[in-house]
Design a protein around this ligand. Sequence first.
Ligand SMILES: *Cc1c(COP(=O)(O)O)cnc(C)c1O
Length: 423
Amino acid sequence: MNEQQLQARKYDEQDPLQSFRNEFHVTEETIYFDGNSLGLFSKRAEQAVSALMNSWKQYAIDGWSEGEHPWFYLSEELGKQSAHLVGAKANEVIITGSTTTNLHQLTATFFKPEGNRTKILADELNFPSDIYALKSQLRLKGLDPETHLVQVKSKDGNTLKTEDIIACMTDEIALVVLPGVLYRSGQILDMKKLTAAAHERGILIGFDLCHSIGAIPHELSDWNVDFAFWCTYKHLNGGPGSVGGLFVHKRHFGKHPGLAGWFSSAKDKQFDMEHTLSQAEDAGAYQIGTPHVLSAAPLLGSLQLFQEAGIEAIRKKSLLLTDYLMKLVDTELTDFGFHMANPRDEKSRGAHVFLEHPEAARICKALKADGVIPDFRTPNGIRLAPVALYNTFEEVWRMVQILKIIMEEKRYMQYENKRGVIA
Ligand SMILES: *Cc1c(COP(=O)(O)O)cnc(C)c1O
């Protein structure tokens, strides 16, 4: 064993979160650095799903009100358990829908074009689904997305400058929707400052937390963010298609849901079956229909792990992991034409490292063939996410050694430099 590997092992021994790796189904033969796309399956999540299925078996219809986690209140219960991750009051969060449907709901609720204020501000680097949703919401209001969706430009193609975003907050903007962490470069936006700037200008603001929830701490209530939404299958390890979440600041409680349904009701009124909605007095009002109970169940288990580890400790380890990875890339991979496109400083660095390379697509294929799971982002990006709850420093070290050999021996040349259907 060489000096570097010993060093990596020492970091693992000093890691206060090391025992959490045992909570997950990890395969020792592979190095999984794709937890920012789909988090790993935990044993707690497995137990939670199994318990939920048993409640169906045992109670049938009465499962809505009986058992350890009555399904009728499950979305609220999980909202409460997620609140610490976004820095919210328990009733400001609800587990419901998906990222995209929640964005539709929140835009339908909060985007009220009036007078001169008829535009939505987003950015040119955001995930396409958010942009499609915002454009279709504009069309529903009879507005032209070409003129009414303003997208902040990036100067370097990977990051956004706070002052450039603020400069776009004109008196024509009614609503701002931005990511908390950019999905490619992993840049953290200054949510607090952007929220204050939007409010000074009479603009509402919401954030997509897909890449930030479970990775970094948030203080949404204190920052006065108007709303937020996220998925739970990335850093939160809820499993494929697990139910998403949303936050609405308590000062907006009572606002009529843009997309209403019977699950928008106050719990005690819902079964009165009235044709006039008595909406819930909290974030629960932004639910629509019957919750996807089976897809929410894994969260009962996986959220326990976040409760136990604590988001501050997770962030601390995540920074150490990405710092170690960046240093190894700097020293071991200098001659191979990689460009590190994620922010390096701790304030704006999210939970992954983003390497650009013209051969990125086939380098990813070569990594996969050698047991490393990265993810490719078109046209030339490799995302590497060492996850605090289950990855190790030694895996970071091993991954860099594997990548170095791939580059030295040009082993990527045997693959086509083209992405797969899913990348
Ligand atoms: C993962 C992700 C999505 C996915 O949306 P779904 O509705 O869950 O399919 C949307 N936006 C961002 C920024 C993402 O990272």
